[in-house]
Ligand binder design. Structure first.
Ligand code: FES
Ligand code: FES
Length: 172
């Protein structure tokens, strides 16, 4: 007997627009964005939650889209790199990455920028990172703190020397 794969009709709210789609219920958010919605900004690096290339914002919090099932985020506000700017105007972090030449191949860059947006919001909300050893301390986004908080985003080109100051300029 042929095996039937379970499919579902779901609607993803991405960058302010509802996107209905019919997909295998095992489809990850990353594959839904890239393969179903044509939003290829979020990249597939490892597909295992280890590189951060697929980072998007889900209800304002950064998340690895390769680790989320699309059906699990129906009803959430999803923001990808394509939705960060405002029309022709780039998001300040996008501007800063350009100004600081904070990329080489650019493969990790959408994830780095989405992650930095979420990271700055986390710090402003007082989420500790543990760099200081004092989990109750108000986080100050110095370079060490930025490196720690961005440690889930890997750049195989090693552009960290420019990524950190680009983020620091916006964070401070
Ligand atoms: Fe998602 Fe690497 S592709 S963390
Ligand atoms: Fe190439 Fe980061 S710029 S992987």
């Amino acid at each position: 007997m042929p095996r039937v794969t379970p499919h579902a009709d779901i609607t993803l709210h991405v960058n302010g627009i509802d996107h209905p789609l019919h997909a295998d219920t095992r489809t990850t958010l990353l594959d839904a964005l890239r393969e179903h919605l044509g939003l290829t900004g979020a990249k597939k690096g490892c597909d295992h939650g280890q590189c951060g290339a697929c980072t998007v914002l889900v209800d304002g919090r950064r998340a690895n889209a390769c680790l989320l099932l699309a059906v699990a985020v129906e009803g959430s506000e999803i923001t990808t790199i394509e939705g960060l700017g405002d029309g022709e105007a780039l998001h300040p972090l996008q501007d800063a990455f350009v100004a600081y030449d904070a990329f080489q191949c650019g493969y990790c860059t959408p994830g780095q920028i989405c992650s930095a947006v979420g990271m700055i919001a986390e710090a402003r909300d007082g989420w500790p990172s543990g760099v200081s050893g004092d989990l109750t301390a108000d986080p100050v986004l110095d370079d060490d703190e930025i490196r720690e908080r961005m440690s889930g985003n890997i750049c195989r080109c090693g552009a960290y020397a420019n990524i950190v100051p680009a983020i620091a300029e916006v964070a401070r």
